[in-house]
Write a protein that binds this ligand. Structure first.
Ligand code: PLP
Length: 406
């Protein structure tokens, strides 16, 4: 069979058979033959409100009929972009006096946060502060800023040279961060971290780690960027994961759950310390932005999605879905079927026993009507829509149990 014209993302270019998904409803998706799957990955960590929500489609369509989009570069704005930013800012309680920069993806959000951190340091009188510290197992997207920051070497291989000034440190090692900041002698612009690491295998923060990063950033004049692309908008039972862990970032990135993926949208929440640096000089221009920063239809989809999360109590529901899923996965651990269960609230992973191929298990789970994701050498991840029913959660666990080798 010939390979398809579509050169797929994160796939072998030589692969010729992909599974066509044609329809979705709640936590279910259907393939071209009408087969039903429980979408235990919310597509790619993003369909918080579930598939097939007419309210979101209608809001985007209404906006498209009125004004699909318009540039928000100076001197323009659109009311819907303003409203979306107000709405996101209202939920961004971990950040002081938030303003919101908009992008169309998580990678753009991460690169924007890094660029904003660097230029804010200059505006604050610290042009020497350019370095960025990150940690192993971090995933910060695939454009060069986030790629240079991420801690998954397999994703970086072959794409060098990466950007200068990025230092990746061992996971959860606050002493290494303290040492690096001290040795850098005031040349670090920012430290970047996910709350729960997602694509690196679902790794919750070690006790005190995030608070420690905040403390060290304060001591050394670095901004703390929290990459909330997976964790924001309900995944951890709060609007932002930083709230769950009680930390106060200077910048927070978001994407995915803000629209539940109905239209691509991302952004950066910018806090008071960074704002002061950017806003002090009235002649200063922020020469950064994307054609679709503030895309009107995306913002309309975002507003409709956030209304659903609110009206249906889906942040609270994340705890329920996650607890049932975690209990099920832990029963696999008790039965000796998996080596480890990791996660928090509504994002989980199992580590398989050594020698078990996670791709093979993923395919076996798929055959049983459940979509999960294989990451790294030994991990399967789970991030179900927040509307997943109890029965569907049980189907996820049952499919994994049946697919595991014994
Ligand atoms: N940051 C984090 C924490 C992510 O999980 C992701 C994607 O999974 C990204 C950034 C990149 O987002 P995108 O794929 O939308 O560019």
């Amino acid at each position: 069979m010939a390979v398809p014209t579509f050169l797929h993302p994160f796939a072998r270019p030589s692969k010729d058979d992909f599974l066509p998904i044609v329809r979705g409803e709640g936590a279910l998706v259907f393939d071209a033959d009408g087969r039903e799957y429980v979408d235990a990955m919310a597509s790619l960590w993003y369909v918080a409100a579930g598939h097939g929500r007419a309210e979101i489609a209608d809001a985007a369509a209404h906006q498209m009929r009125t004004l699909a989009s318009y540039s928000c570069f100076d001197p323009f704005t659109t009311p819907v972009a303003d409203e979306l930013c107000e709405r996101v800012a209202a939920s961004a309680t971990p950040v002081d006096d938030p303003r919101v920069f908009l992008t169309s993806s998580g990678s753009e959000a991460v690169d924007s946060a890094i660029k904003i951190a660097r230029i804010a340091q200059i505006q604050a009188g610290h042009p020497e502060r350019t370095k960025v510290i990150s940690r192993s197992f971090a995933y910060h997207g695939v454009t060069y800023g986030g790629l240079s920051a991420q801690g998954l070497p397999a994703n970086q291989a072959g794409f060098g040279p990466l950007l200068e000034g990025f230092v990746n440190l061992p996971n959860h090692d606050l002493e290494a961060v303290a040492r690096t900041l001290a040795e850098a002698g005031g040349t670090v612009a920012a430290v970047i971290t996910e709350p729960v690491q997602g694509a690196g295998g679902v790794r919750p923060p070690a006790e005190g780690y995030l608070e420690g990063l905040r403390r060290l950033c304060d001591q050394h004049g670095a901004y703390l960027i929290v990459d909330e692309v997976i964790c924001a908008f309900g995944r951890l039972g709060h609007w932002f994961g930083s709230e769950r862990y009680g930390i106060r970032p200077d910048l927070m990135t978001f994407a995915k759950g803000v629209t539940s993926g109905y239209v691509p949208l991302g952004g950066v929440v910018v806090g008071r310390a960074v704002r002061d640096a950017l806003e002090a000089d009235p002649t200063f221009w922020l020469r950064h932005g994307h054609t679709y920063s503030g895309h009107a239809a995306a913002c309309a989809a975002g507003l409709a999605n956030l209304r659903i999360l609110d009206d249906e109590g889906l942040l609270e529901r994340a705890h329920h879905v996650g607890r049932r899923l975690a209990d099920g996965l832990r029963s696999l651990l008790d039965d000796g079927l998996v080596a480890e269960v990791r996660g928090d609230v509504a994002v989980w992973a199992v580590a398989l026993h050594p020698g078990t191929d996670p791709m093979a298990v993923r395919d076996e789970v798929l055959r049983r009507g459940v979509i999960t994701r294989a990451v790294g050498a030994d991990t399967l991840t789970f991030c179900p829509p927040l509307v997943t029913t109890d029965d569907q959660v049980d189907r996820i666990v049952d499919a994994v149990a049946a697919a595991l080798p014994r």
